[in-house]
Design a protein around this ligand. Structure first.
Ligand SMILES: Nc1ncnc2c1ncn2[C@@H]1O[C@H](COP(=O)(O)OP(=O)(O)O)[C@@H](O)[C@H]1O
Ligand SMILES: O=C(CO)[C@@H](O)[C@H](O)COP(=O)(O)O
Length: 502
């Protein structure tokens, strides 16, 4: 075995692109991150410029190669993890026709109702295993078709965010099943684009890209890209997967009974599922895994880390996240009677509602900034717990949860997760999130391992296990019951305020 060989995992996140250089033993030799802006031109809108992704990915790769000092031809493979669902529309020359419309953009409620009316909720569930939700790609396609018809007529193909960046690196157009699952156009069990859906919704099938497995070899690095980044034209590029599928790979969620909680911009609770044949009524997402033939169930809190980010930048831009969490846990469990619901941009699980907005309930004259901060952290965690409860009701056992993402950086928040979930929370040694999953896909693509499980056995190591504290578990059990009531009690109020948000 040559220890001087590497793979690169590229994680195209919502706030930034993160690139990781990983050796054959799963050790991170170097990493780099570059951020890009998010555009919220109107309430509910969330867009990014695909050229920003490309420019920043190339810049991050260049820094990675320079910083690590590795020989370019020692980088044997590269693969991707990407924010899901974002619509990238390309014209005949494969140029983006507009900014990408992202997963957390909720402008498409009308299109969701239209999909349900034309296809029927039950047929949609039978084919796609998921409900029509604002964040998914299909409603975004229909929105562009309706509101920007001239532009839509010029559309040749649609891609998801990381697929576009991969295309720019290799010149090859492709989409993997794990990301295609989040478009609401894929027949999840059969792994083909649904001709039935395309036809009934008046969409041309040519708009859908070719489908591949996550480990599929897609191409090599184009000479211009090699020149700009310092990468080699011999580096093999593998398709990669949706960020949550890659997060699951990187967390070793590759067999029944394994659960992951990821707190990034969004928050996700994900549980492995071995079959694509189960019947659910769409309370949780049901997607193809990056592991061939496997699936996962997932609940999504739209504004998880984003809620804390919003709180920090609005009320105390100078404090670090770590310090903010430390100060917040100086306040007792329950933030002295203050509750927060994290519906800053609408919600997905368990309330598929683009109009709901967040609230602080129980503000008292004695509350300080830190009670508010604690309430925000607890509210995000309660929201994730709602997904855990649904997974349990579906028959999953959730005795331990591997926690990843920015939220897992703080030991205090990990303890809150353990107490709210009433489960052991596992923190990985050297946790790298979805970027490590992408690197593992590249490692398997290169033939270093026969399977992702074999790769996980070598790469994924438990760092710490945080046990729930019985007294806090009981306090949170009571508070969670109150939290759950807030949605129904604020739904109509949120609707009435909608016109003032414009
Ligand atoms: N040290 C920390 N302690 C607690 N939370 C943190 C910390 N650092 C980041 N976060 C949270 O994680 C979020 C970013 O997570 P990350 O996984 O980097 O996001 P994404 O992949 O969506 O770009 C931040 O918005 C913040 O809420
Ligand atoms: O919409 C979803 C999952 O369905 C999100 O999880 C996105 O995939 C973006 O993730 P982050 O940038 O928060 O990691």
């Amino acid at each position: 075995m040559d220890p001087m060989e590497y793979v690169i995992g590229v994680d195209l996140g919502t706030s930034a692109v993160k690139v990781l250089l990983v050796d054959r033993n799963g050790r991170v030799k170097a990493d780099c991150s570059e951020s890009y802006p998010l555009y919220h031109d109107r309430s509910g809108y969330s867009e990014q410029n695909p050229e920003d992704w490309v420019g920043k990915t190339l810049a991050a790769l260049k820094k990675l190669i320079q910083k690590s000092g590795v020989r370019p031809d020692a980088v044997k493979g590269l693969s991707f993890s990407g924010q899901m669902h974002g619509l990238v529309l390309l014209d005949e020359q494969a140029r983006p026709l507009r900014r990408a419309i992202l997963w957390n953009d909720t402008r498409t409620s009308e299109e969701c109702r239209e999909i349900e009316a034309v296809i029927g909720k039950d047929s949609l569930l039978a084919i796609c295993k998921n409900r029509a939700l604002e964040g998914f790609t299909l409603p975004k396609l229909l929105w562009v078709k309706k509101h920007e018809p001239d532009l839509y007529k010029r559309a040749r193909v649609f891609l998801l965010p990381k697929d576009y960046v991969r295309f720019r690196l290799t010149g090859q157009i492709a989409m993997d099943y794990s990301d295609a699952a989040g478009t609401l156009l894929l027949d999840i069990a059969k792994k083909v684009w649904s001709s039935d859906l395309l036809e009934k919704l008046g969409l041309d099938s040519h708009i859908c890209p070719p489908l591949v497995e996550s480990e599929a070899f897609v191409g090599t690095i184009r000479p211009e890209v090699a020149e700009e980044t310092g990468l080699s034209t011999t580096t093999k590029v593998f398709a990669g997967g949706a960020d949550n599928a890659c997060g699951a790979v990187g967390a070793g969620v590759l067999s029944e009974g394994k659960t992951m909680c990821s707190i990034g911009t969004s928050g996700v609770v994900l549980s492995y599922e071995s079959t694509g044949e189960r019947v659910f009524s769409g309370e949780v997402h049901y997607f193809n895994h990056a592991k061939p033939g496997a699936y996962y169930l997932m609940g999504v809190t739209l504004a998880a880390g984003y809620s804390l980010d919003w709180f920090r930048s609005t009320f105390d831009g100078d404090i670090s996240f770590g310090e903010l969490v430390k100060q917040a846990v100086g306040v007792p469990v329950g933030a002295r009677g203050l509750l927060f619901t994290p519906y800053l941009v609408g919600e997905r699980t368990p309330h598929a509602d683009g109009d709901i907005r967040g609230s602080f309930i129980g503000i008292d004259a004695s509350h300080t900034k830190w009670e508010f901060a604690r309430a925000v952290i607890e509210g995000i965690t309660f929201s994730l717990h709602e997904s855990i409860e649904i997974l349990k009701q579906s028959g999953k056992s959730v005795e331990s949860v591997v926690s990843i993402g920015g939220g897992a950086k703080s030991g205090e928040w990990l303890q809150i997760q353990a107490d709210v979930f009433d489960a052991a929370v596992v923190k990985l040694k050297n946790e790298q999130g979805p970027g490590m999953g992408a690197a593992m896909i590249a490692a398997c693509g290169c033939g270093w391992f026969d399977s992702l499980e074999e790769c996980a056995a070598a790469f994924v190591q438990v760092g710490q296990v945080i046990q729930p504290r019985p007294e806090s578990v009981e306090q949170y059990r009571q508070l969670f019951a109150v939290y759950r009531d807030v949605y129904e009690n604020t739904r109509a109020l949120s609707r009435q305020l909608k016109e003032f948000r414009k």
